[in-house]
Write a protein that binds this ligand. Structure first.
Ligand code: DQA
Length: 141
């Protein structure tokens, strides 16, 4: 059994409601249910916070001693701004995959820069909610 933690950052509690033309109309809760059905041998946990420090605390909490096998992180807009989250990822042992629902590189220029990408294992963006599944499969594969 592999353990994966999905961490969602700011405004991603509003998935399904927020700008559905960009982020779709599925809630994260419904999507996680479908992921659990698809991957019954993966223990999937979920954490969401709108607060930078809470995301950092969570990275520290699961980042050592094989607490989980991998972290799938959609840091939302903090992707583009947070040196503190980048430092936390660099500090921990657990591999982190950066995920975006939208194709950030096809959007405004400010979204093209990721401060966290250099310290992540890889980046998956632009496949809608399926980006999370692809990241999980990369981590368990
Ligand atoms: C996002 C892209 C970010 O630029 C944006 O700030 C988000 C969501 C995505 O999943 O496409 O909040 O990370």
């Amino acid at each position: 059994m592999k353990k994966i933690l999905i961490i969602n950052g700011p405004n991603l509690n509003l998935l399904g409601v927020r700008e559905p033309e960009i982020y779709g109309d599925t809630s994260m809760e419904a999507y996680i249910d479908s992921l659990r059905q698809r991957h019954p041998r993966v223990e999937l946990d979920y954490f969401q916070s709108n607060h930078e420090g809470a995301i950092i605390d969570q990275l520290h909490a699961v980042g050592f001693d094989n607490a989980v096998d991998g972290i799938v992180l959609n840091a939302g807009a903090y992707t583009h701004t947070s040196l503190a989250i980048a430092d936390a990822i660099a500090a921990i042992q657990t591999p982190v995959v950066e995920v975006h629902i939208s194709n950030v590189n096809a959007r405004e220029e400010i979204r093209h820069r990721s401060l966290i990408a250099p310290v992540c294992r890889g980046v998956i963006a632009g496949f809608g909610m399926d980006s999370y599944r692809l990241a999980i499969e990369a981590l368990i594969g």
